[in-house]
Design a protein around this ligand. Structure first.
Ligand code: FES
Length: 102
């Protein structure tokens, strides 16, 4: 049995990672050239967003596990360091898996 915890494992060499949606139980792959928001939209999820540039905060999402790679200009440095929320239109992952409160 594979017991590797992907939320503690560095992101894949090809830049992809997976996002597990805690509420629906669904797991999505996010490619190197794709945002988490795009991956969710491609899978048919309706997620609130506006600027798609990490500025407005509309897409703010709670992080349950894994470590985000913050690219937004909305959260304070302290909020980014807490790693418990992220802007999914632009921020990515430092770990092979993120678990989001979606
Ligand atoms: S949509 Fe504006 S910060 Fe993500």
């Amino acid at each position: 049995m594979n017991t590797t915890d992907l939320t503690q494992t560095p992101i894949h060499a090809d830049g992809s990672f997976e996002v597990h949606l805690q509420k629906s139980g669904q797991t999505l792959k996010v490619g190197k050239e794709q945002s988490i928001l795009n991956a969710l939209q491609d899978a048919g999820h309706e997620v609130p967003f506006s600027c798609s540039q990490g500025v407005c905060g509309t897409c703010l999402t709670q992080v349950v596990a894994g470590t985000p790679d913050h690219w937004d200009m909305y959260l304070t440095p302290e909020e980014q360091e807490a790693n418990n929320q992220m802007l999914i239109c632009c921020s990515r992952s430092q770990t092979a898996r993120l678990v989001l409160d979606l």
